[in-house]
Design a protein around this ligand. Structure first.
Ligand code: UDX
Length: 469
């Protein structure tokens, strides 16, 4: 069938191989990119390591999924040691990926389609290199913000200038050229050995991207134009800000996709939301990787209880360090009975679209932030590490679409409750709600025909036809 670009009809589609990093927050945007590219006339193969393989039904129609052996010990796959995990994946998957790509090249030559390019998560530096060695153009996808990628690029300079590793004495120092970021927003990694491992990982990521044929960003010009331009100048490669991918991905295709959930979604929460008043419920979720202490979990629970508002809270397995499930005290359960609903995993995008939702208490993962903005749901930000700290700074101080729970502290019931009141009751809440409605509007225009993200996607599509290594 012919697609929206008029490709198709005669001749075979050219093939793109996509490599997501096996984390939920990275798989989701890559699968949305798969849908967008497939809809624009390309054949898509998603190549995934054997760890945390998404359900095949989560793939857009017409896209195929192939797994490559990763040889990862389960303890490493389950750990939060991201540098070790990513290095091991690159080490173990590069050769199987190269074999698979070489096979695809032979096959496509026989079938007359041809391999157009590889698009790999920025963390896949070894497969990006393997593709180039085989003469296949390789593009990188950054699933977090452009501002965060600028921090990646600047990391060695930030170390030279003494901003990093972060020290207790310089937490509130503004970072030159990265306004509005403070040192505390760069990364909470005071432990020297982890800092060295992380810096080493970023050096590999940046080197891989610099040698690639282009960088795709899950962001849009209206909020990050300056950062996108800076990345263009600094890397001298084509940069495509085509986000937010969850909005841009064509609804007709996305509707046929099951959500790429690694956990079973509790859809009964949607029925419960139907019983709540419009604009009354606080949605609470800390994403897929954050772990907190058991006492912090209790503080959140008591903070929510004290708010006297309905809430829907995702307490996923291992949200509390090392625990698959948690038990809350009876007196607390009594306090929130009928008003608070606790689930293990939510259909988050549908929840955020529900009219009963008033606000989102979030860790500010980039996907959650974009999903919240696109549904005009104001945020209460409690970033817990990595890119979330910088994103929360932008959300609250630049875009002004959320309020922040002060970040140096552990979660406390007073902190949670004060922010809920500030956002739900105060004058500030009204301003934030107006701002996020405008933001949702701007975001939707960016992804519409002729909007900046649509044009960037058209450029990307045209480049895929032309790029050579
Ligand atoms: C981390 C980083 O913080 C983030 O910036 C990076 O892009 C990916 O890794 P993560 O904890 O995965 O983030 O959060 P986020 O980026 O917000 O992604 C979580 C995804 O899981 C979202 O797409 C969200 O819709 C989905 N989700 C989360 C659910 O579908 N159900 C849930 O209950 C919770």
């Amino acid at each position: 069938a012919s697609d929206r670009n008029g490709h198709g009809g005669g001749g075979r589609r050219r093939r793109v191989l996509l490599l997501p990093l096996p984390y939920h927050g990275h798989i989701n945007p890559m699968l949305r990119l798969a849908a967008a590219l497939h809809d624009r006339g390309l054949a898509v193969t998603v190549v995934h390591p054997e760890t945390r393989v998404p359900d095949r039904r989560s793939l857009p129609a017409g896209c195929e999924l192939i797994t490559v052996p990763d040889g990862l010990p389960p303890e490493l796959a389950a750990s939060n040691d991201i540098p070790s995990f990513v290095f091991a994946l690159n080490r173990n998957c590069a050769a199987p990926f190269r074999d698979l790509l070489a096979g695809a090249l032979r096959q496509e030559e026989e079938d007359g389609g041809g391999v157009a390019c590889v698009v790999a998560d920025v963390d896949w530096f070894a497969p990006l290199a393997a593709a180039r060695e085989l003469g296949v153009p390789a593009l990188a996808l950054m699933t977090s913000s452009a501002a965060r990628f600028r921090v990646y690029l600047a990391y060695p300079r930030l170390c030279e200038k003494g901003y990093l590793p972060v020290q207790a004495s310089n937490l509130d120092t503004p970072v030159d050229e990265h306004s509005p970021l403070l040192v505390r927003d760069l990364h909470v990694m005071m432990d020297t050995s982890r800092h060295v491992a992380y810096a080493n990982l970023l050096a590999h990521i940046v080197a891989g991207v610099r040698q690639s044929s282009g960088l795709i960003l899950n962001t849009f010009n209206a909020i990050e134009r300056a950062d996108v331009e800076q990345i263009r100048c600094d890397t001298a490669i084509p940069v495509f800000p085509i986000g937010p991918l969850h909005v841009l991905s064509p609804p007709a295709t996305a509707a046929t996709m099951q959500k790429s959930s690694l956990l079973l979604e509790d859809r009964s929460c949607l029925e419960w939301l139907n019983t709540q008043l419009p604009g009354s419920v606080l949605f609470v979720s800390f994403g897929t990787l954050v772990s907190i202490d058991a006492d912090e979990l209790l503080e959140v629970a008591w903070g929510l209880a004290a708010s006297n508002r309905p809430f829907l809270w995702v307490v996923r397995p291992r949200l509390v360090r090392g625990r698959d499930s948690v038990e809350l005290p009876d007196e607390l359960l009594e306090e929130i009975r009928g008003r608070g609903r606790i689930i293990r995993w939510a259909p988050q995008e549908e929840v955020l679209s529900h009219p009963a939702i008033a606000a989102f208490l979030t860790h500010c993962g980039w996907n959650s932030t974009l999903e919240s903005m696109s549904r005009a749901v104001p945020m209460i930000c409690k970033p817990c590490g990595g890119d979330q700290l910088g994103t929360a700074r932008y959300v609250c101080d630049v875009w002004k679409v959320g309020v922040r729970v002060e970040i140096e502290d552990k979660l406390t019931r007073q902190g949670i409750n004060t922010m809920i009141e500030r956002l739900m009751d105060g004058k500030e809440g009204g301003v934030v709600r107006d701002r996020i409605r405008e933001m949702a509007d701007v975001m939707s225009k960016c992804t519409m025909k002729g909007g900046s993200s649509d044009l960037a996607l058209q450029d990307l599509r045209a480049d895929v036809e032309q790029i050579r290594c």
